[in-house]
Design a protein around this ligand. Structure first.
Ligand code: ADP
Ligand code: PHD
Length: 450
């Protein structure tokens, strides 16, 4: 088979008719792009999450009308709007019924079912846009391909079943010459229920499909022409990184660089599939290649920022010279499916950071009363919120001198709640108060990159 690229277009790339048309041009002009993954149009998933969390009658009506406006503003500019109108209206009716159920009782399964509708709508409209260009676009329901467990809101793929379903259903269509248009972000569990891979999970879907299709690369088309030394919305003179390693990009994504979903790099690393990040609005501006072994490998590569962090400090005097306290704490956290990001310990306490919304699709707070009361049975628990994790990403950071000096110089006017260095050669991170995060990022960027 000739070169196969799996392309993913994010929410901002399919936000309106003009943006979608730019994506269609990219697909039509690139013969390698034969599988296309789409997110929901920008804003749609947020509205759907709001509905799934339960809304009053009036709020539901207001959101439904906003959703209708987003979709029909695009549909009405198609040459043949009638080709998709009834399908979109049917999906909007389903959204209305599911939102009504959610207003009576919410559930994680219902949330996933509801929010999957955003990707359903964007893919149907985009397929029609391509068909109007006489392009052999074939809409596929990705739930027939991506099999997951039933961890609603942050489902894990079943790689074997996904491979089988891709071999049986997707490969033959590609071999026939069809250009596949399908949904990111969603999958299906063993019982046939819709699941989601966590907010921003369409990048992950693209990498998963690339892996099972043995694709040559994954092209992530977004609203910035590549991965920058930090979020260009915070530091306008951040510089584009031409090539970056899987490890560095994975660290950036994990520590909050929204441009890639943290799980995207797993399949890419496993199967050594290069990932490209470029702008769908300005493809000619070029982008960033993420590969296994790019050169050069600078000491400082980028800064990442992850907001909404919670610092949990657990203290227990009995921890002194005792064993098993950490094991106990981690087994409680594992029971609640909570992943810890950064951890520091002292003689009688441990401090760990958690993502407030846990990155699950529902956006629900991670700290439940049940969890806190279990933790209180083995320790004194202190919870601090409104924190942000800033990570310096680079290479061989653990074996360089002077890094702490640069960091502490920049942070000298600010309260540092925690610092972690040495566990990874690719990052040094620090927890700061949210309101200081942008200022610190700007100063660190100027110190390290300008
Ligand atoms: N280091 C970075 N390089 C580029 N973009 C970044 C970086 N860190 C954060 N971002 C943000 O990621 C955004 C793109 O991600 P996202 O909004 O999820 O796009 P999409 O809708 O295409 O999925 C950019 O607009 C930018 O503000
Ligand atoms: N639509 C989903 C999935 C996604 O990946 O979106 P985006 O590519 O726009 O970040 C979300 O908003 O979370």
């Amino acid at each position: 088979m000739s070169h196969l690229s799996v392309a993913k277009f994010g929410g901002t790339s399919v936000a309106n008719y003009e943006a979608m048309s730019a994506c269609a041009n990219i697909v039509v002009n690139d013969p390698n792009t034969r599988v296309v993954i789409l997110s929901a149009s920008a804003g749609v998933t947020n509205y759907l999450v709001e509905l799934a969390n339960g809304c009053s009658h009036d709020k539901r009506a207001e959101i439904l009308s906003a959703l209708k406006t987003i979709q029909f503003n695009i549909i009405n500019q198609l040459q043949n709007p009638d080709a998709v109108t009834s399908q979109i209206e049917e999906l909007l009716d389903q959204i209305e019924a599911l939102a009504m159920s959610a207003s009576l009782a919410t559930s994680l399964a219902l949330t996933d079912e509801l929010i999957s509708h955003g990707e359903m709508m964007s893919t149907l409209i985009f397929t029609q846009l391509l068909i109007e260009k006489n392009f052999p676009a074939q809409w596929v329901d990705i739930r027939e391909i991506i099999a997951t467990d039933s961890h609603f809101g942050k489902a894990r793929p079943n790689d074997e079943l996904t491979q089988q379903q891709s071999d049986n259903l997707l490969k033959p269509l590609i071999e026939e010459g069809k250009i596949i248009i399908t949904q990111g972000f969603i999958g299906r569990d063993e019982e046939g229920k819709t699941t989601t891979l966590g907010r921003g999970g369409s990048d992950y879907s693209a990498a998963l499909l690339a892996e099972v299709l043995h694709a040559d690369d994954v092209l992530i088309w977004t609203d910035v022409p590549g991965i920058y030394t930090t979020d260009p919305r915070i530091v306008p003179n951040a510089q584009r990184i031409e090539t970056i390693s899987f490890n560095e990009a994975a660290e950036m994504a994990t520590f909050g660089a929204k441009v890639l979903h943290p799980a995207t790099l797993l399949p890419a690393v496993r199967s050594n599939i290069p990932v490209y990040v470029g702008s769908s609005k300005a493809p000619e501006q070029g982008g960033t290649w993420v590969t296994r072994d790019p050169q050069p490998r600078p000491t400082f590569r980028a800064l990442a920022l992850r907001r909404n962090q919670i610092l949990l400090t657990l203290s227990n005097l009995n921890m002194l010279h005792a064993q098993g306290f950490l094991a106990n704490v981690f087994s409680i956290l594992a029971k609640y499916k909570i992943s810890v990001d950064v951890i520091t310990t002292s003689e009688v306490s441990i401090a760990l950071t958690l993502d407030k919304t846990g990155s699950a699709s529902s956006g629900a707070d991670i700290l439940s009363e049940d969890l806190l009361s279990e933790l209180r049975q083995c320790s004194h628990v202190k919870v601090e919120e409104d924190l942000a994790l800033i990570a310096i990403i680079g290479n061989n950071l653990h074996s360089q001198s002077g890094i702490a000096k640069k960091l502490f110089n920049t942070l000298s006017d600010h309260n540092i709640r925690l610092i972690s260095c040495g566990a990874s050669s690719n990052n040094v991170c620090t927890l700061v108060h949210n309101e200081n995060a942008n200022t610190i990022i700007k100063s660190l960027h100027s110190e390290l990159f300008e």
